[in-house]
Design a protein around this ligand. Structure first.
Ligand SMILES: [Zn+2]
Length: 273
């Protein structure tokens, strides 16, 4: 899934590798997918994209936005995977969209469970997309401790910490994936009510958001996700689907996996309160 580390890393990689390339061909889905969402009719994507030059690639929250000349965009989010291939690499048989460039390189877009692949000119009428651009990213200086406290004060007191941080897109790109290590590093339970957080807890949680996300970005993304070239990141997730069967790295206790608020949460019942 695309969350803050992935949108940051992939947009940086893609900007370096794609800027200046001209689209020569667009091939629609070879493997139609019920939950691959396009902006209107995907059959018009070739008309929108062919002949356009990549001007840069931006990452916002859970979105990656390829910007072309003439205000054309190709934007992906959440569960869409975008991988870069050189002209000599073998093309996969199944994909939801392929964009080829004049130099023979190409991009392959695939969707696992669900995901957006949105081509458009000008502006996109999508609340999550505009929210990702307009809301304050936790990686900026504007997102400081007083900003974080105002965020907490702006929601219901009986809300849980997971609901605060990773639902309703309050913090764009902070999703259920990165949430797990943020809470583990803060030693805070995902179901903890925000009304029970004292000033010190809030400081610890604030710094864990900043530090955990920075660590993920510095290490090229999470090891559970792929980058623009299809390589896994070097940040080793403490809590993920790959690690929850192992004992807690801190105390050795058995970790818990539970379905909670749209997605599994993993936590150590001994370390996180
Ligand atoms: Zn533990």
């Amino acid at each position: 899934m695309i969350e803050i580390p992935e949108s940051t890393i992939i947009s940086e990689q893609a900007t370096k590798m794609l800027t200046g390339k001209v689209v020569s061909d667009v091939i629609n889905a070879t493997s139609p997918h019920r939950f691959a969402w396009f902006n209107g009719d995907a059959q018009r994507y070739p008309d929108l994209l062919i002949g356009k030059t990549v001007e840069g690639v931006k990452g916002y929250g859970s979105f990656i936005d390829i910007c072309f000349d003439s205000e054309i965009h190709l934007t992906i989010s959440d569960g869409t995977n975008m991988k870069y291939y050189t002209s000599v690499e073998k093309c996969p048989a199944k994909f939801q969209l392929l964009v080829a460039f004049e130099d023979g390189s190409y991009l392959v877009f695939t969707v696992a469970m669900y995901g957006n692949i949105l081509a458009f000119r000008g502006k996109l009428d999508n609340a999550y997309y505009t929210g990702s651009i307009e809301k304050v990213s936790p990686m900026t200086e504007t997102f400081d401790f007083s900003f974080f406290c105002r965020l907490i004060e702006g929601v219901k007191r009986d809300m849980s910490v997971k609901a605060l941080l990773a639902t309703e897109q309050r913090i764009p790109g902070l999703g259920n994936g990165v949430l797990q290590d943020i809470l583990f590093n803060a030693r805070i339970h995902p179901k903890r009510k925000i009304s029970t957080l004292n000033a010190e807890d809030k400081q610890i949680l604030f710094h864990s958001i900043k530090d955990t996300l920075s660590d993920m970005i510095v290490k090229g993304g999470r090891d559970t996700e792929k980058d623009f070239l299809g390589n896994a990141g070097r940040y080793r997730c403490i809590l993920s689907k790959n690690t929850y069967a192992k004992p807690c790295v801190c105390c050795g206790s058995r970790l818990i996996k539970e379905a909670y608020l749209g997605g599994s949460v993993y936590y150590c019942p001994n370390c996180q309160h």
